[in-house]
Design a protein around this ligand. Structure first.
Ligand code: GLN
Length: 548
């Protein structure tokens, strides 16, 4: 049996690792707990990065349905990853790369390819040590050059899929010095009928962890409220940690408040102390306070923005919700997002569209809901409602304009109507031969040149922008001339590609072939979203003046 380790592990690297596992059930928000810990360490002056482990066989998230895992998040290097990576980018204000998402599919694929290439020299290739070593190697590489690396293990402890990762984690703990490794376990603390906080699920899930050789250092209890002192004591006693290593993560309306809540209980201090970082941390008076100031500021009003999409699920458009929130933080208003079903525009949904102060048409694939999106574009265009179309939303704006302004009735996208009379949206030339659906799109950050003197230039305050992409189709060059001379302007280009469109006779009508939402951060909101809210607020002001 092959036993000798084959990692390139260099114990002198000196990174600190915080692993985060989850117990009892999924969807507890351990990603937010992990990201919040990272934010606090970064406030204290440390360079923090993150790795998300997804124990599924997909190599990446690119082919996954948003109903199962929420949106596919796109990184600057074009990696299509789990939406949790988006939370890490937003909380840490750090750009991640594809290497920061480790899936079962990726690890196995690499090992199997090496086996086929004969790299294992006749050995039996096994989960332990080959797959586990591959997992450890990926984590250590992603951590290189950072002070602290937070590693979130997706799924719930006890899942069969997660086992190779937890075994890798066990070895990791064994190989690291004690003060370079910390295991945080996030569990659920439910209430009994008579209002008592129950610790049994936590006890069971820690027992499960211990049966695979892992002892948590920190326990975080997700609960409706803060954990009571006696709940913490009980968890400490039965799970073998000290009481001050048990923290609450109560329900909050705004996930951006989680760092503040866990800070109040001293999670950051405890972690720094355990990882022997306390001496290197900035003194409290010098720590970065920007996050707290930003997320606790008073807002001065609220606006309603319609999001016209086919998924009734916030996670399917998570980054758009977040980008609207960031723009709201910048403009000091709360943004209510009203979901308008593009697939079944019932009367109620139509009313929502009409009530909204601004309209966003998001990205998407396939034919479902396109008519509703086109109708929403038309409504925004004809009624001077501030509008932002993203990727598919941009393409629908091109089609709507071609049909209803240029009179090209047969205008459509070749994605859903390959025989359209006017394929104003057509496949990218480099996609003609593609048959494999994984990772085949135009992906990641590309630069767009912005026309001077346009709304786009005003919005970005620059004559170029670099935003992330994820598409197979684009504006068909054969129709560029047809759009000339009307009030539609393509104000952003990337070579011969149309990247931004705007309308001259409209308060705010912008479409982007790219996805600006993926680069939006708290404190650094995405310009097209800020522009949308500015226009919404200006329109509201005008309305008030007229009424007065
Ligand atoms: N389906 C369209 C394309 O492939 C739009 C993609 C998107 O909105 N991300 O070009």
């Amino acid at each position: 049996m092959p036993t000798e380790p084959e990692t390139d592990y260099d114990p002198t690297l000196g990174n600190k690792f915080i692993f985060v596992t989850g117990g009892v059930m999924s969807g507890l928000g351990k990603g937010i707990t992990a990201a919040s810990t990272g934010r606090l360490l970064s406030n204290a002056g440390f360079d923090v990065t993150a790795v998300k482990i997804d124990p599924y066989l997909n190599v990446d998230a690119g082919t996954m349905n948003p109903y199962q895992h929420g949106e596919v998040y796109v990184l600057k290097d074009g990696g299509e990853v789990d939406l949790d990576l988006g939370n890490y980018e937003r909380f840490l204000d750090e750009d991640m790369t594809f290497d920061h998402n480790v899936t079962t599919g990726k690890a196995y694929k690499h090992v199997i390819e090496k086996e086929r290439a004969g790299d294992y020299l006749g050995k039996t290739v096994q989960i332990i040590p080959h797959v586990t070593n591959e997992i450890k190697r990926r984590i250590r590489e992603a951590a290189e050059g950072h002070d602290v690396c937070i590693v979130e293990v997706g799924g719930t402890v006890g899942d069969i899929e997660g086992m190779p990762f937890l075994e890798a984690l066990r070895q990791f703990a064994h190989e690291q010095d004690d003060d370079d490794f910390l295991l945080t376990h996030v569990t659920l603390v439910p209430y009994s009928k008579n209002g008592e906080q129950k610790t049994k699920p936590t006890q069971h899930s820690v027992k499960e962890l211990r049966s695979i050789g892992l002892q948590p250092d920190v326990l975080v209890g997700r609960c409706d409220d803060r954990l009571e002192p006696k709940t913490k004591e009980k968890i400490a006693l039965f799970c073998d940690v000290s009481t001050d290593a048990v923290f609450s993560n109560p329900d909050v309306e705004d996930i951006y408040h989680v760092p503040l809540l866990v800070e109040e209980e001293g999670l950051d201090e405890y972690v720094m102390h355990r990882l022997d970082l306390a001496d290197r941390a900035l003194p409290e008076s010098e720590r970065d306070n920007e996050w707290r100031e930003l997320v606790t500021q008073e807002t001065t009003g609220e606006v309603d923005v319609a999001l016209v999409g086919k998924y009734a699920l916030e996670d399917a458009y998570l980054s758009i919700h977040e980008a609207l929130k960031h723009a709201g933080l910048e403009k000091n208003v709360d943004v209510n997002v009203l979901w308008v079903d593009s697939d079944e525009m019932t009367e109620a949904h139509e009313r929502r569209l009409e009530e909204a102060d601004g309209i966003v048409v998001p990205g998407g694939f396939g034919s479902r809901g396109l008519d509703g999106k086109i109708e929403a574009v038309r409504y925004a265009r004809e009624n001077d409602v501030p509008f932002l179309g993203l990727c598919l939303g941009f393409q629908m704006a091109v089609i709507e304009y071609a049909r209803n302004v240029l009179g090209l009735e047969g205008a459509h996208s070749a994605e859903v109507a390959p025989d359209a009379e006017h394929p104003v949206i057509d496949i990218l030339p480099e996609q003609y031969e593609v048959e494999d659906m994984g990772g085949t799109m135009r992906l990641g950050a590309h630069e767009t040149a912005i026309e001077p003197g346009t709304l786009a230039e005003e919005v970005y305050g620059a004559t170029s922008c670099t935003e992330r992409h994820r598409h197979r189709y684009e504006v068909n060059p054969e129709y560029f001339d047809a759009f000339e001379g009307e009030d539609l302007v393509f104000s952003g280009h990337s070579g011969n590609r149309m990247e931004i469109l705007e309308l001259e006779d409209h308060p705010y009508f912008i479409g982007t072939q790219f996805h600006p939402e993926f680069r939006s951060r708290p404190g650094r909101a995405s310009p097209p979203f800020v522009g949308l809210l500015e226009s919404v607020l200006a329109t509201a002001e005008q309305r008030e003046e007229v009424e007065a």
